[in-house]
Design a protein around this ligand. Structure first.
Ligand SMILES: *Cc1c(COP(=O)(O)O)cnc(C)c1O
Length: 368
């Protein structure tokens, strides 16, 4: 049996090769590699796609979070609430600006931060909440925004896994004061290198973020504040503009493939499937299932040369980088159970239905 990879970036490239090659050739011929019209073009298109007024491109998705926190003047002595399950960036961006991440448990079925646990985590030091639209599933924004408003907190959405996800007809990234995106190659909208972006409707915040990403300047030598260098390069912007035209089709395809998985796996008692909510459009960056017998699933997938992932094997507060700081002070029972049971199956828009059927057959056999 041929190997089924976890993701196949080459298959995607082949499907849009002519457009991509042309865009890259145009950038090289233009002789301008940082900033310029390809970057401002992409920023305009991405802001429009997200339904917001401003997009500030930057070096990667981790910087995007850090820059927003700095622009909001969050730092030493402040606390920021984050979910206990995410990629480490959500927490380390908080730590890097000098603030303390406060870890909150996630919802059993949706894998996003549990709004009912947020209120209990708020102290006089809390300044912001960073909900993560994990795996492409939107966090429960209306409840989160309500808590934030009552407590005078900023909401910064980590949208790194959720390009194209929506609640109602509103895109993620447009609910909080800002939304941050990663365009890391394997994300739903991925560059051919590192890249990131911030979206916001707040003009003052937008200008501040833009200054921070470029040494505090908007124009040459106008360093009004201390910033840093975190820019999206021209080549990545040109590639992202090409790919953006296909994003909605790709997200739709991911949803179709997810439905196929669900219809084939739904009879299996030992496997829990992703949960949907009315009005939420999942972006299915990852297709994550749960099983008490994860070890058996791992064995059978490996034997059948089917790639898989675990996102993530450890709760954030238990990572070595954080564990020295009171590992047991966090009340995260759902997270602890989940990290032992979750497994991510291959999902990408070029994955064939035949492959999904094969994966499901293997999983079914393992459970009988
Ligand atoms: C990928 C990711 C990031 C960071 O993105 P980089 O571009 O790799 O820095 C942040 N948060 C989450 C949830 C991610 O998945």
């Amino acid at each position: 049996m041929p190997k089924i990879p976890f993701i196949d970036l080459n298959a995607q490239y082949i499907s849009i090769k002519d457009e991509i090659d042309l865009a890259i050739a145009e950038v090289i011929a233009g002789g301008s590699f940082i900033g310029g019209k390809f970057v401002t073009d992409f920023e305009e298109k991405w802001a429009y796609y997200c339904g917001v007024d401003h997009c500030i491109s930057c070096g990667n998705g981790t910087d995007a979070i850090e820059v927003v926190l700095r622009a909001l003047e969050i730092g030493l002595g402040d606390e920021v609430i984050v979910p206990a399950v995410s990629w480490i960036s959500t927490a380390d961006a908080v730590s890097v600006v000098g603030a303390e991440p406060v870890f909150v448990d996630i919802l059993e079925g949706e894998y996003t931060i549990d709004p009912s646990q947020i209120s209990e985590a708020i102290t006089s030091k809390t300044r912001a909440i960073i909900p993560v639209h994990l795996y492409g599933m939107p966090a429960r924004m209306s409840e989160i925004l309500k808590i934030a408003k009552e407590n005078n907190l900023w909401v910064v959405e980590d949208c790194a896994q959720a390009h194209g996800a929506m609640i109602g007809n509103q895109k993620v990234g447009s609910f909080g004061v800002a939304g941050t995106f990663s365009f890391y190659p394997t994300k739903n909208l991925g560059a051919y290198g590192d890249a990131g972006g911030i979206v916001t409707n707040d003009e003052v915040l937008a200008e501040k973020c833009r200054r921070i990403t470029n040494h505090g300047q908007l124009d040459k030598h106008d360093h009004k504040l201390l910033g840093r260098n975190s820019r999206m390069d021209t080549m990545q912007a040109a590639i992202l503009s090409v790919k953006l035209k296909h994003l909605d089709d790709w997200v739709m395809k991911r949803n179709e493939l997810a439905q196929l998985y669900i219809s084939e796996l739904k009879g299996i008692e030992s496997i829990s499937l992703p949960v949907f909510r009315d009005n939420f459009r999942h972006a299915f960056h990852l297709f994550v299932i749960r099983s008490k017998s994860r070890r058996d699933l791992i064995r059978i997938l490996s034997e059948n040369r089917i790639a898989f992932g675990i996102h993530y094997p450890k709760p954030l507060p238990l990572l070595e980088a954080y564990a020295s700081k009171e590992p047991h002070k966090w009340s995260i029972p759902v997270t602890l159970e989940l990290c032992e049971e979750i497994i991510s199956l291959p999902i990408y828009s070029e994955l064939s239905e035949v492959d999904i059927s094969r994966i499901c057959m293997v999983l079914k056999e393992s459970q009988t």
